[in-house]
Design a protein around this ligand. Sequence first.
Ligand SMILES: [Zn+2]
Length: 81
Amino acid sequence: MKCPYCGAEMEAGVIQSPHELAWNDKKYFAARAQLHKGSIVLSELSMLKGSAIIAHCCRKCEKIVIDYQNGICDINRKNKF
Ligand SMILES: [Zn+2]
C-alpha cells in the first residue's frame, strides 16, 4: 500500500487487542460496537485469538492506515476462509 500522504511504500503490520477493535465517534465507557449506532467493527472479539487487524505504517509521516473494506483488515475473519 502506498502512503496517501507521501506516496512511499507503507510497512504492513498488525494491531492487536484482547478486546473487540472498533471505531466509534467518541470514547464510551462500554465500547462494544453493538451498543453504538454507527460503530465500525474492525475485528470481532475472539476469546481464543483476541482481536487483530492488518494496518499499514509510514514511519516518515507517522501515519497508520487501516483498510476495512469488506472486513479485509480482520485477521480472524480472513482465517475463517
Ligand atoms: Zn508517508
